[in-house]
Design a protein around this ligand. Structure first.
Ligand code: CMC
Length: 432
């Protein structure tokens, strides 16, 4: 393997160190380039830029590989559950029985939300976006736990285990509260004895004097959806968490910023957009060809939602798992969802179409996750908040890497300025 690369600009050569990751990923280290040559590396959208070294997730988009801490996603999906995978993502190892129990207990102990925080939620219009409410509630956590959120890495890392458990557990409770608030239903308190997903379903769907008894298949399906979202390397929202965290902002503040980034339709909001698309195909009795034709126009606003990925140029391994799970879950629940048939037909049509084939556009995780969530009883406007519950471990693990890195520096990209060159101030009376 080479240890150095050389960049030649005019007649001058600049040696640049080469970095190799543990899975053979290659990079040219351009950190010293500007100082040596006056040039910066330009990479709009950072699509070809490594912003950090990370031990959390390995993703090979060309070969459809996703591993957390070395463990393949299909094995985790098959053998693990969301809480265990969250532990793995955050702490780097699968927990033994004692550690798993302790982690579960910490999550259970921190599930309830303070009365005052409930008032914050009640200050929002019921029509507010669930993601806006969720990021605001997470942004408010430092006000309630100032000792865990001092904006000092050393101090915040001492209380990391508790802060992480609060974040994971309360984000789930917030989501259930937001759902009930929007429906005008009273909040339901978490139950200490319930497992993570069952507790969520209880807080979502229990009625006064009638506790919701989750169907095991439903809790299992929910576990799978959350697990498949646990981390995904340097995506838009996780990079946001790292960027905000790099300013020495505490875990909760950094996560709130990540949740805001997740709300966009090209990222976490895609699962909603997919369902809207499938629903409108269903309502119009169309076969989907109108959406395929529009998507091929090249316009960003007409993309086939749930298709394509910024890094996978092969299938998204999560989509394969969730697509297969869709059939099993719906069959077990006795649901025949016409949107699943539409999704499958659309997938087949797109995979035969040269536009999608030549651009290597395959279904991503969001193409089928909405159908499972719908079967579980989650309304469409809450889908992205479900993604946020799932992604919390990834945000936490990435924040921890930033906070624990003694050589870390504040994220501060540069730019190529293309605006007006220097000009003199024009008084108002002389302006056109
Ligand atoms: N429908 C139609 N054309 C597409 C699509 C799509 N969904 N995605 C990409 N393309 C085209 C794009 O227009 C470009 O065409 P051309 O080469 O003619 O200019 C080509 O495919 C290459 O795309 P790209 O610009 O390299 O894609 P990107 O990396 O900028 O965007 C993406 C990745 C995920 C934002 C995009 O594929 C997309 O908008 N997909 C739909 C939204 C979606 O499903 N997002 C969820 C992503 S998975 C969840 C997550 O991790 O956030």
């Amino acid at each position: 393997m080479p240890t150095n690369a050389t960049l030649k600009i005019d007649d001058k050569e600049y040696p640049l160190p080469v970095m190799i990751g543990s899975e053979g990923e290659k990079a040219v280290d351009t950190r010293a380039l500007r100082q040596a040559s006056g040039y910066i590396a330009y990479d709009q959208g950072y699509g070809n830029t490594g912003s950090c070294e990370s031990q959390i997730t390995y993703l090979d988009g060309d070969n459809g590989i996703l591993r957390h801490r070395g463990y393949p996603i299909d094995q985790l999906a098959h053998y693990s559950d969301f809480v265990e995978t969250a532990y793995l993502v955050i702490y780097g190892e699968l927990p033994n029985a004692t550690k798993r129990k302790e982690f579960g207990q910490l999550l259970r102990k921190n599930a309830a939300v303070e009365m005052q925080m409930q008032k914050i939620l009640e200050g929002f219009p019921t029509s507010a976006s669930p993601m806006a409410m969720l990021s605001a509630l997470v942004a408010a956590l430092p006000a309630y736990y100032p000792e865990l959120a001092t904006n000092n890495f050393e101090k915040d890392l001492k209380n990391f285990d508790l802060a992480a458990a609060i974040a994971i557990s309360k984000i789930r409770t917030f989501v259930a509260m937001i759902y009930r608030y929007q429906k005008g239903l009273p909040f339901v308190f978490p139950k200490q004895e319930l497992p993570f997903c069952d507790n969520f379903l209880h807080m979502m769907f229990s009625e006064p004097y009638k506790d919701h008894v989750p169907v095991p298949e439903v809790a299992k399906a929910l576990n799978l959806v959350l697990l498949l979202h646990a981390d995904h390397e340097q995506n838009c929202s996780t990079s946001t968490v790292r960027m905000v965290g790099s300013s020495q902002a505490n875990l909760f503040t950094s996560m709130s910023a990540g949740i805001s980034a997740l709300s966009g339709p090209l990222h976490g909001g895609a699962n909603v957009a997919v369902m809207q698309m499938l629903q409108s195909i269903h309502d119009e009795g169309d076969d989907g060809s109108r959406f395929i034709a529009a998507a091929k126009s090249g316009s960003k606003t007409n993309r086939l939602m749930g298709f394509g990925h910024a890094v996978y140029r092969n299938f998204d391994p999560r989509a394969k798992i969730i697509g297969d799970a869709c059939d099993t879950v719906l069959t077990r629940l006795g649901i025949d969802d016409p949107l699943l048939h539409i999704a499958k037909n659309l997938e087949q049509a797109a995979l035969k179409d040269d536009y999608f084939v030549s651009r290597k556009l395959y279904p991503n995780v969001d193409f089928y996750s909405g159908i499972i969530m719908r079967a579980v009883g989650i309304p469409m406007n809450m889908f992205t908040t479900m993604f946020a519950i799932g992604r919390a471990p990834g945000y936490i693990a990435n924040w921890k890497e930033v906070a624990s890195n003694p050589k870390g520096r504040i994220y501060r990209p540069r730019q190529i300025y293309v605006g007006p060159v220097k000009r003199d101030y024009v008084p108002m009376s002389n302006r056109a």
